[in-house]
Design a protein around this ligand. Structure first.
Ligand code: NAD
Ligand code: UDP
Length: 334
């Protein structure tokens, strides 16, 4: 089976490429490198011992995308490419709507033209309304809080409409919770440009002395220790979820949505304390005011993916912290 990964040199895409190559899939990648580096291709090849075809192109350029599809003869597409910074999306909504929606529409046009019938899409838990009862179920109310989340919701709807219109297109929408951690090789992982917005890359940089201390946003939430709760999932478990989705989509008609999370919530302090137990208390932190737009607590109902995809996570919070630390140390040496 030949699969095209859009945004496949990014954090989740690169881990998924490794899992698919290890499992015998043929993998091609298109990425404009707006948030990744070309050297990741070599690292994927180093880990797996397999070759990857890479196109440095932007999905917003339909002529270039068309050329890729003309050659490709893909059995399936996994669509990771997109902009993903929540704060930036509030400041630059038009850029987010344009990039995320146009790139998806171009992709769907090419899939239609070249008769590609299987699509897996990276959605997010941020499409859920925070009013839903916990844990979040796929059938919950949808009401994203920011433009980034709305691009995900709109794309989900566009994909459903295209499945209906075509009749022969199947899609799986995966709503990721909080992916963290890295591949055990330490060669690929999360490497944001500038000061990280997300918790784990911030923690690893404090541990390595690249940042002074972590600000924990809010410690007066109605949770066991006052800090927010999230469903952290090891990126390698998440990547395996895509392989299971590819198995499922072979016989799927229409569109299905699955949460990918562990089903367990951990607080910010749980993550920091677990990390500190591994690195020898190098992560200094201070309590800071709440971050605007943060929800107090969210975690997945993981039962649909368990029953429908046979998805079960393997890795613990400790594994996630160890692998993230290992990656940051490895990444710092060079
Ligand atoms: P990432 O930024 O590491 O990877 C996205 C990749 O897409 C990057 O390599 C980037 O260069 C590429 N890209 C962006 N716009 C492109 C375009 N127009 N044309 C071609 N390539 C383009 O992000 P990630 O964390 O790997 O996330 C992958 C997907 O999963 C994204 O769609 C993201 O919104 C979604 N997601 C991520 C998280 C998370 O916490 N990381 C959570 C939920 C959903
Ligand atoms: N967080 C924090 N300090 C940081 C970054 C994040 O306390 O420097 C908290 C944030 O408030 C949230 C959790 O860590 O409760 C996860 O945040 P992240 O941005 O990683 O993911 P989100 O759940 O917002 O998508």
């Amino acid at each position: 089976m030949k699969v095209l990964l859009t945004g496949g040199l990014g954090y989740i895409g690169s881990h998924t490429a490794v899992e698919l190559l290890d499992d015998g899939y043929e993998v091609e990648i298109v990425d404009n490198l707006s948030n990744s580096k070309e050297e990741t291709k070599g690292k994927i090849e180093q880990i797996t011992g397999k070759k990857v075809v890479f196109y440095k192109e932007d999905l917003c350029n339909i002529e270039k995308l068309d050329e890729i599809f003309k050659k490709g003869k893909y059995d399936a597409i996994i669509h990771f490419a997109g902009l993903k910074a929540v704060g930036e999306s509030v400041e630059q909504p038009l850029r987010y709507y344009e990039t995320n929606l146009l790139s998806t529409i171009n992709l769907l046009k090419c899939m239609r033209k070249y008769d590609v019938k299987k699509l897996i899409f990276s959605s997010s838990a941020c499409v859920y309304s925070m009013d839903n009862e916990l844990p979040f179920k796929e059938t919950g109310k949808l009401s994203p809080l920011n433009p980034y989340g709305r691009t995900k919701l709109f794309i989900e709807e566009i994909i459903k409409d295209e499945c209906f219109a075509r009749g022969d297109l199947s899609a799986i929408i995966l709503r990721y919770f909080n992916p963290i951690g890295a591949h055990k090789s330490g060669l690929i992982g999360e490497d944001p440009n500038g000061i990280p917005n997300n918790l784990m890359p911030y923690i690893t940089r404090v541990a390595l002395g690249k940042l002074d201390h972590l600000n924990i946003f809010g410690h007066d939430y109605h949770t066991k220790d006052g800090t927010c709760i999230r469903d952290y999932i090891h990126v390698v478990d998440l990547a395996r979820g895509h392989k299971l989705a590819l198995d499922k989509i072979k016989d799927l008609k229409g569109c299905e949505v699955y949460n990918l999370g562990t089903g367990t919530g951990y607080s910010v302090l749980d993550v920091v304390n677990t990390f500190n137990s591994i690195c020898g208390d190098k992560v200094r932190y201070e309590f800071a005011p709440r971050r605007e737009g943060d929800s107090e607590c969210n975690y997945a109902d993981a039962s649909k993916a368990k029953n429908g995809l046979n998805f079960k996570t393997k890795y613990s919070l400790k594994d996630m912290c160890e692998s993230a630390y290992n990656y940051e140390k490895n990444n710092t040496k060079k």
